[in-house]
Design a protein around this ligand. Structure first.
Ligand code: ATR
Length: 251
């Protein structure tokens, strides 16, 4: 999508993937400076470890505790996080208004961090954070101020009570990628207007299939991917991102 956007704006730029081992992360980031690259995206599993290799962080990246975009300003590497914008924009496109309402987040890994940051700014009255390992969710919940977060074991969502007022249920876990079974949730206990969102894209998940079966609205991670990329494009190039071109390229 970035190469399509560069072409559409007549920019002689290119976006290429570099698989990097964890042991080489510092050297890889230093190469951005040495090679004079305009910037990079950073993805799984380096989004948290890369913080230590940036020259500075935006307040948002520091708050989230994860960097997915680095901008090279004359050799000074600024770590930012555009995943938060990507998820917030996904909710806007879905016309989901969370002010005063209840959101449920499943998972407490790196992906959950950006979702929680976006939800904290959405005006949601409360968030329930459900994770297979509750201790990990508690550690994550302690980092967030300004919004009430209740932590529950994932198995709690099999009962109706926790989901009865949910306006949004987000799956941030990697369960579907490892082919693991997803635990049973009380999908039909949610209000009929509840939106089920998964961060994975181009990958059918048991979570969204079950939500559809319960006749609930669903959305995958495609919109988040698009909008985090559009924000990164603007940070690097200083140009407005051609969203339609990027969306088309993704499809
Ligand atoms: P990411 O950075 O992509 O979020 P991660 O940090 O490894 O990846 O986090 C993965 C998340 O998916 C965790 O919340 C993990 O639960 P645990 O904290 O209990 O490990 C969750 N997860 C992975 N496989 C799962 C499964 N089969 N069932 C339920 N949760 C799962």
């Amino acid at each position: 999508m970035h190469n399509a956007a560069f072409a559409a704006l007549g920019l002689d730029w290119v976006y290429v993937p570099f698989p990097v081992d964890a042991a080489d992360l510092g050297t890889a980031v230093a190469a951005v400076r040495a090679l004079g690259l305009a910037g990079i995206n950073v993805t799984v599993p380096h989004k948290q470890a890369v913080l230590a290799h940036c020259d500075a962080l935006t307040p948002l990246a520091r708050r989230v505790g994860a960097v997915n975009t680095i901008v090279n300003r004359a050799g000074h590497l600024l770590g930012d996080n555009t995943d938060v914008h990507g998820f917030a924009q996904t909710l806007r496109e879905a016309r989901l208004h969370l002010r005063g309402r209840h959101a449920v987040v499943i998972g407490a890994g790196g992906a959950a961090r950006a979702v929680l940051a976006a939800l904290a700014e959405s005006g949601a009255a409360r968030i329930t954070l459900a994770n297979r390992t509750p201790a990990r969710a508690r550690a994550l919940a302690r980092r967030r101020r300004g919004v009430r977060i209740d932590v529950v074991p994932l198995a709690t969502l099999a009962g109706a009570a926790t989901l009865a007022e949910a306006a949004l249920v987000v799956n941030t876990t990697s369960a579907a990628l490892s082919g693991a079974d997803f635990p049973p949730l009380a999908y039909a206990a949610t209000p009929p207007g509840c939106l089920f969102a998964d961060l994975l894209y181009n990958h059918p998940t048991a979570f969204l299939a079950a939500a559809r079966q319960a006749r609930r609205r669903t959305i995958d991670g495609g919109a988040m991917l698009l909008h985090q990329g559009a924000r990164a494009f603007t940070l690097w190039t200083g140009r407005r991102a051609p969203i339609a071109v990027m969306r088309q390229a993704l499809q």
